[in-house]
Design a protein around this ligand. Structure first.
Ligand code: ADP
Length: 790
């Protein structure tokens, strides 16, 4: 009787044989069997009758239904049936534990079941050497790897594999659990030599590993491509589903469609509409809750809102234009003439080429108002923008969209507000534009105003060019000097010099009073403001070149009358020169120089400020000292130098003025220009300061009714100055009777209103001698009665 070495179990020489489909049993392992075929059941029963031993042989072809001896391999595994369970349908289940390999010697019967004479195969294992040990470890490692790669091997099986000590047994163990094909398992079963068996197992295991690795590679590649393209898609679909569920989806889609239509209808140039489409595409793909959607929406709204093509139809009839200008404005003949000429050129060339108009003059002189009338006569929209205090280029050109809260620059904003691309665009205060570390707005402004470049104005926010060439730009400024020179070069300057008292009266009666009446809901039947009331307001309540203050005062009267009307007052209110103070309070200014006396050391000068011309009083005094010159009254550099020049002139001409040659060694001189809080500058007070100082040094009074303006040289020449017309108007307003002006300025007098010229004596002077002769009281002038001591 053959004996299995390991188990010391005696196996009978003849065994009932159960053929197996797709299954191979190995020694020391337990296999559950499902026994269905009749002969197999009988064989099982035979085993159970005896000592539970069976021989298991694999079929060569698993499909064979009722295999005979030739259909079976000849090497198999003998085993003990540990358990048998008969099922109601006459089949059975059995649990068989492998004992040892056997070889079939011969089949002794095939009916009623297969029965064979067998011989056990000697499997005596040796203690493994180092090499075998290494091979065993490698096999276990590969086995574990297979589990890692997804082979369904339970953890306890892996642990059991590590505990197997003999190579042949380990090979069986691994082969059994690897789920190999049955013929593969059979080859392992047939490998009697333990190392041969190890090798075969390891070959199959490697093959298995390769397949597993390939599988996981393919899977990860598939997953990767999924992540990239489809993940997003899936998320969007999910989002859409959620939105639909919430009833939002249709709204969003409708909004996108709406955007698309608006982009198509906005008349954008192709490159811009492409950009808009691109942004819209981004918006659509984005989850609607993302903060960036708001940024894109705002951007699209700006693009859509701009008048890319929209413009007002222009009508330009010069006769009509003249009518409108006259209708809206009193006087300003020169301005109107220049404006009409400009419009005529525009009509002939049909383009906005040529210099930009620049209106220069004090506040309230009608600059804005003329601009409005130009727009009206052209049938275009009128927009205004102030450049005062603009330091940053980004204010003109906008911020790039990467900035939080970025917006287009003020130019594009204004155009967007206007809603047409050909408005009359007035830029106020070009003289107040500044430059600092944030950039120079002037250069951006140059691009805006330059007809050669502004057809593709680049705004940083829009990132797309906008055509500004149809816009009619007009700039305004209070002073010409402070306009950056490159800008000034491109502009055609039209001066608004300010109004005479007479003109103000007309403007008030014909324009300001009716306008204020309407604005306050009054009529001429309710309120009459008499001529002398206007006169009084002009003289005693305002001191200005324009008519803004005047208009304000008229509005103040209207307000009070409106209140009385509402309170039930009936009848008409008449405001006269006498009753003005009832509405406006006590007079704010003195008119004329009447109350002033001729004084020593005080001379009357004329200056030109942003508010127009003005009258100033220069004071000079001397005190014991050592020739120091003190200057006060917030004088600018140019004015200080001018004062130095005046002193030098007097010192150089001391003898001629009847002063002691060394007078300056014993005296300090102080020149002060009152209204010290207001900064003053410019060279035009030169002769005034020299006169005041000469008067102080000579102890000789200056005539109160004489005012003067002019720059002084060291040799005592009088040089021309700017803004003469404004200064003369101011002198006239102040009731001055004689004005000394530089001889070279005489040509400017042509522009002076006749009335002003006839009411004042204008004396041209070219030297300081002439100035002193006219300014000092009789007998004081050099060459007069004789010197006075200082
Ligand atoms: P500016 O722009 O020069 O500061 P505005 O044009 O705003 O001055 O003028 C101030 C006010 O004076 C406006 O109500 C304007 O209509 C009025 N005004 C100025 N000049 C005249 C004029 N020549 N005729 C009629 N109204 C005038």
């Amino acid at each position: 009787m053959p004996v299995s070495d390991d188990e010391k179990v005696t196996i009978p020489e003849v065994l009932p044989i159960i053929p197996m489909r797709d299954l191979v049993l190995f020694p020391n392992l337990v296999l559950p069997l499902f026994v269905g075929r009749e002969r197999s059941i009988l064989a099982l029963e035979e085993a159970m009758r005896g000592d539970h031993h069976v021989g298991l042989l694999a079929q060569r072809v698993s499909d064979t239904q009722d295999p005979g001896p030739d259909d079976l391999f000849t090497i198999g595994c003998a085993g003990t049936v540990l358990q048998e369970l008969k099922l109601p349908d006459a089949t059975a289940r059995a649990l068989v534990e492998g004992i040892a390999r056997f070889r079939v010697v011969e089949f002794i019967s095939t009916e009623p079941f297969l029965q064979a004479r067998i011989e056990m195969i000697d499997e005596s294992e040796v203690t493994p050497g180092m090499e075998t040990e290494a091979a065993m470890r490698a096999l276990v490692a590969d086995f574990e790897k297979a589990a890692e790669l997804g082979k369904p091997i339970p953890q306890e099986v892996l642990m059991a594999a590590g505990a197997v000590e003999q190579p042949g047994r380990l090979a069986d163990f691994v082969a059994f659990h690897l789920n190999l094909k049955s013929e593969e398992k059979q080859t392992i079963l047939e490998a009697i030599d333990p190392s041969e068996r190890m090798e075969r197992t390891s070959t199959f295991l490697h093959k298995e590993l390769e397949i597993l690795e390939l599988g996981s590679k393919i899977q990860s590649r598939v997953q990767e491509s999924m992540t990239k393209s489809q993940r997003e898609y899936f998320l969007h679909e999910q989002l859409k589903a959620i939105q639909q569920e919430l009833g939002q989806y249709d709204e969003i889609q409708a909004e996108m469609d709406d955007y698309r239509e608006k982009i198509a209808a906005a008349g954008m140039p192709e490159e811009v509409s492409e950009k808009a489409e691109k942004e819209l595409g981004r918006l659509e793909k984005m989850p609607q809750a993302a903060p960036e959607t708001a940024v894109i929406r705002t951007y699209l709204d700006w693009l859509i809102g701009l008048p890319w093509q929209k413009e007002d139809e222009e009508k330009l009839d010069l006769i009509e234009a003249k009518k409108i200008l006259d209708e809206d404005h009193y006087g300003l003949e020169d301005v109107k003439k220049r404006v009409l000429e400009y419009l005529a050129v525009h009509k002939l060339t049909n383009r906005m080429r040529g210099p930009i108009l620049c209106f220069v003059g004090p506040p309230g002189t009608g600059k804005t108002s003329i601009g409005r009338s130009i727009a009206r006569s052209l049938g275009r929209k009128f927009i205004r923008m102030s450049l005062g205090g603009v330091h940053d280029e980004a204010e003109i050109r906008g911020h790039r969209r990467t900035y939080v809260g970025a917006l287009p620059g003020r130019i594009i904003q204004s155009i967007s507000q206007a809603g047409t691309r050909n408005p009359v665009f007035m830029m106020d205060e070009v003289d107040k534009i500044g430059a600092d570390f944030r950039g120079d707005p002037t250069s951006a402004l140059l691009e805006v105003l330059d007809p050669e470049q502004n057809n593709s104005f680049q705004d940083h926010y829009l990132e797309a060019p906008f055509d500004l060439s149809r816009v009619m730009f007009i700039t305004t400024a209070n002073l010409l000097d402070t306009i950056p020179p490159p800008l000034r070069d491109r502009m055609e300057v039209i001066h608004f010099p300010g109004y005479t008292e007479d003109e103000k009266l007309h403007i008030a009666l014909q324009y300001l009073v009716p306008k204020q009446l309407t604005e306050h809901g009054l009529t001429a039947a309710r309120l009459e403001i008499c001529d002398d009331a206007i006169h009084s307001i002009v003289r005693r309540y305002t001191r200005e070149a324009g008519v803004r203050g005047l208009e304000r005062q008229i509005a103040m009267i209207c307000r009070q009358v409106a209140r009385r009307v509402v309170e039930g007052h009936r009848g008409k209110t008449k405001v006269t020169g006498r009753s003005v103070s009832r509405y406006l309070g006590p007079p704010k200014f003195n008119f004329g120089m009447a109350e002033k006396r001729n004084e020593v050391g005080t001379a009357t000068g004329l200056v030109w400020t942003e508010a127009g011309g003005d009258v100033i009083f220069v004071e000079a005094t001397t005190m014991p000292g050592r020739g120091k010159l003190i200057l006060t009254g917030q004088l600018g550099d140019v004015m200080r130098e001018s004062a130095q020049a005046a002193v030098s002139y007097i010192r150089a001409h001391a003898g001629q003025l009847g002063l002691e040659p060394d007078f300056a060694d014993k005296l300090d001189m102080h020149i002060h220009v009152p209204e010290a809080a207001i900064p003053k500058d410019g060279p035009s007070a030169g002769i005034t300061m020299a006169t005041a100082l000469a008067s102080a040094l000579m102890s000789c009074a200056v005539r109160r009714e004489v005012a003067m303006t002019g720059e002084i040289t060291l040799r005592g020449h009088v040089l021309p100055i700017g803004g003469l017309k404004e200064k003369l108007l101011a002198a006239h307003r102040a009731g001055i009777k004689t004005v000394l002006v530089p001889k070279e300025n005489l040509r400017d007098l042509v522009l002076l209103p006749e009335r002003v010229r006839s009411e004042m004596e204008i004396v041209p002077v070219s030297t300081m001698d002439q100035v002193l002769e006219r300014a000092l009281v009789d007998g004081c002038a050099p060459g007069g009665k004789g010197p006075r001591r200082a």
